[in-house]
Ligand binder design. Structure first.
Ligand code: ZN
Length: 109
């Protein structure tokens, strides 16, 4: 029986997940890939580009194994973030009335 809806979720290929050495990390990688599967292409590379800059985080090579994205793609995402995404179309995601109200100061004197 084939499923009608099949969402491609990349399976992590890092050593930790392959050997099952650390279930917690494996779970984290699985969730990362689940999350990535719901993003569009640019969002995916920005997200991974962002993680790649996390101090002490995984290298591009490792991230490529984890997420299935190309190292080149990760680099590109990082560069786009560094350029503050200025050349890219602004995709408005916020709906009127949705989300949090603007932060207000609650200091009282
Ligand atoms: Zn992994």
């Amino acid at each position: 029986m084939t499923r009608e809806v099949e969402i491609a979720i990349h399976e992590c290929e890092c050593d930790i997940c392959r050997t099952g050495a650390n279930p917690e990390i494996a779970r984290h990688h699985r969730q990362m890939n689940l999350f990535l599967s719901r993003l569009n292409e640019p969002q995916r590379r920005w997200y991974v580009g962002l993680i790649s800059q996390k101090p002490g985080g995984p290298s591009d090579r490792e991230l490529s194994k984890i997420t299935g994205l190309d190292e080149k793609t990760i680099r590109k995402g990082r560069q786009e973030l560094e350029a503050e995404l200025t050349d890219l179309p602004y995709d408005r995601q916020r709906r009127e009335g949705g989300g949090r109200p603007p932060a207000e100061k609650k200091t009282r004197r």
